[in-house]
Design a protein around this ligand. Sequence first.
Ligand code: FUB
Ligand code: ZN
Length: 657
Amino acid sequence: MTGRPDERHRWVSENRESSTALPVAPTRGRLRPLGLDEVRITGGFWARRRHVNATATLDHCRDWMERTGWTGNFRAVAGGRIEQDRRGREFADSEIYKLLEAMAWQTGTDTRAGLDADIAALTEAVASAQQPDGYLNTAFGNPGQQPRYSDLEWGHELYCYGFLIQAGIAQARTRGEGELTKVALRAADHICATFGRGGLEGVCGHAEIETALVELARLTGEERYLEQAALFIERRGQGTLADGEFGRAYHQDDQPVREATVLRGHAVRALYLASGAVDVAVETDDEELLAAVERQWEAAVARRTYLTGGMGSHHRDEAFGDDFVLPPDRAYSETCAGVASVQLSWRLLLATGDPRYADLAERTLFNVVATSPAEDGRSFFYANTLHRRHRGAVPAADEVSPRAESSLRAPWFAVSCCPTNVARTLAQLPAYLATADDHGIQLHQYADAEISTTLTGGHDVALAVRTDYPSGGNVTIRVDRSPQDHPWTLSLRVPAWTDGATAYLVDPDGTCRTVPPGTAEITRLFRPGDEIRLELPVKPRWIAPDPRIDAVRGTAAVQRGPLVYCAESVDLPGGRDVDAVRVDPSAEPEDGPDGSVVAPGELAGQDGPGDSVWPYLPLDRTTVAAAESTEIVLVPYNSWANRGPSTMRVWLPTTER
Ligand code: FUB
Ligand code: ZN
């Protein structure tokens, strides 16, 4: 826990004048986020990812939604043809909204030609389907369709509004209030009129509206949006949704949010709900609610989270498993759950200042969010398994794929929630790097960046961050502007993954000290030109799983800095399969060429222990298959499956038996 816990709920609204370009803009909390107009990512890993996102993924999503007819649904409503023409799942509208949000945030950083025109065209289609009272949905409530709100369990109407509202907010906070914002406001007013006190006593089967309404309250200053969000949070867990095939926990309707002790049920739903609960807790000063979500996060991270940060180990219901049920080959770890987890951690970080939330966000960004898109930004993983047993076929470039089935990324899915979620996350990513408080600036994620803000008291500060992270561990922060007579504090997150290795902080005078995981601070009168250096011990290390995770007992994985590594069959000699790999954790893994790692180990003579008629033997009859010692090449997990079909595993059986 970083210092000053007593200041957790200090009001910070008076410091908010410096940024409006924020996806999350709490009016109070421990830390004040810095927006897209204050933080620019200028190079390195995330700049490359953001460039691909802006120049390939946004168009890719737009084109697929045109082609699948999801955008056409809005025009079909306006044209009176929706009954026969509706395409896609009930929540297809949300994908257009998420894309709009991504495009809007992108206009807040580097603009790309045509983006404003794309936003205008999509907004026109969306607006044409809105009914006079603000209702807007292409799957319900139109002639020939099921009535509005007749299926709150599965209908996703409020879920879709949530993304519409977030898109409207993104427009307002980048370009200023525009048509998209107005559509969103009309929808929000309709929601309050329909679901407010005395109205429909329901909640949506898929949380999302809660966090969006709180953000709209922050944008507009309208308390009624916050009240509506708080109402939805309090109604959850009262059993207003029908008990379905996956049970009430699937929708988090089994227990009130403030009583639950762990994240459970459908992972994306659980994480969006928890994000909304934090937002409500922060804005209403509800310590009990905030503490409840912190507790749930802690329990989920300790017992229900993959090494990659991925969440969700059930395919059947896309849900969290029980404690320590984390099978690598059945890891669902949906990309959207990764996105939602980052959103939740960011909100908790802002509320509390605790660096462990930034630690999880980093792990999840590098190993889930960054794993989903292919290098070219035009195909995606929906599920992010930790062990792929079959090479599988190459998904057709022009076909909609079944989710979670292929060993390679697919261009589009029938349920295509993940690509647009990746797009909007990368578009807003600079806003997750740094924060400020009355004492100074805090850096939470490391990337080449330019940061400038005004500290409390009107003191202008500008920093330039240069780093080779995550390939290397050197982070240099140069002070470009700083008040002449006002000392302030630079706080740097020392990642939790440095535990057991040594990190160093070098101040502008050249004084070097070791810094443990947590937060390292330098307070002084900074001068322009001052340089602060953080040296993080980025080198490959063996990671052992908790023995209660039965599915990976007897294995080890490699992590290098924040990156999880994996073995991929394309790197094995003779077309061997990853199941032939055994590693020897008694010797250290070492850096290999091009960001790879080489680990000591052996390859079994055949793929794995070989053919057998029955895979169990009396203990005294077991033998170890003949093996040749070799070095096993490992690559960053987020880069796998970019070289054709392959099998892959993160957790590798050890030679110790
Ligand atoms: O229900 C909408 C989205 O589709 C969920 O968030 C994903 O898990 C997928 O089921
Ligand atoms: Zn998804």
